[in-house]
Design a binder for this molecule. Sequence first.
Ligand SMILES: Cc1ncc(COP(=O)(O)O)c(C=O)c1O
Length: 429
Amino acid sequence: MPSYSSLDRAALLKEAEAQQLRLDAFAARKLSLNMARGKPCKEQLDLASEMMAVLGPSDVKGADGTDTRNYGLLEGLPEARALFGSLFGVPAAQVIVGGNSSLNLMYDAVARAMLTAVPGADRPWSREPVVKFLCPSPGYDRHFAICKELGIEMLPVGMTPEGPDMDEVERLCAMDASIRGIWCVPVYSNPDGIVYSEKACRRLAAMRSAPDFRIFWDNAYFLHHLYPEDKPSVPEMTALCAEAGNPDRVYMFASTSKVTFAGAGVAALATSPANIEHIRKNMGIQTIGHDKINQLRHVRYLKDRAGVEKHMERHAAILRPKFETVLRILDAELREPGIATWIAPRGGYFISLFVEKGLAKEVVALAKSVGVELTPAGAAYPYGKDPNDRNIRIAPSFPPTSELVTAIEVLCTCVRLASARRGATEASR
Ligand SMILES: Cc1ncc(COP(=O)(O)O)c(C=O)c1O
């Protein structure tokens, strides 16, 4: 298939007709496929099944004799703090282990800053006339939902292959003191799969900003390599921020949602000693302590950083063929026509497809019309508005491979149909 840009109107009409026939054939199959769910498949959840059996009726004590069934240990079980400390690359004292959801910890961190003055702030953010967050986009829709819910204005910032557009981030932060935060998914960003460069990390740590500016460093995918032989990582941000004279700038988050069980993992945050103290005070009002039984279960099962990495290789063995299947079909269908771009990610949970300007919504609607549910176009942008209407997020993890193949073939058919139709219309002008 030659590039669409080299085709005349008649050839484009012929191509549109061929893709419409393909789509009609899919419609006749009465498909009902969902490609929107970025969650682990059953085989991945089964990998950690044995974790359910590592504790017993009389085996519920932590290493120091703590009875995990009882109240206490607000910051988490010491061995769980140590395990997350080794994953984040910080001392255990800089870690708080929470409940099952890192998103919950993120929401609480933002809400806490709205309600109580964080270190460096004169007053709670809710008393400021306006609070803004930078939102590197495309990004994670649930980060943006937190801002929307709490009345924080979102400023989109573009992504580059090295992370957020740092010239823009620095420019905005230096000129607008109402910018108090930025959302970052530094390793295998959601959805692009981009790993931030060391330079971008250093610039984030050192740039001029409001004194109570915070980086929300969401390490959701920092262990989630598809190719375990290359494990990209980013510098440890609390140290980088401290070095740059901004010790309280970053909150780092992670969880085992996509290590053990998405609905019953363990989440943690890591930050500076001053931030830990501020969080501890407030968290102590919210709870007497999180689920230490689950924390103990996780430590007994995963053991240490090496244990986690070994477990993640088993995830990679399940996920890698699914990602490669999607990439192979995208390559076969869309590369030569030149009507879409994408990054082949080395980890994470998503593939981020960019179709031609103004066509993403149409493509998603076409797929839906034949029974393939994709993430709504624009979902990865603040306020759900993709300014170019180009981005479509593909989540390969959950569907079985046979369904994945059909769904991506449908997606490619829709991209080709929409592009050929539009190309033909434009050629007739
Ligand atoms: C970037 C990112 N952060 C956080 C989460 C959710 O994390 P958790 O299950 O720990 O709440 C997800 C889930 O898809 C995610 O993609």
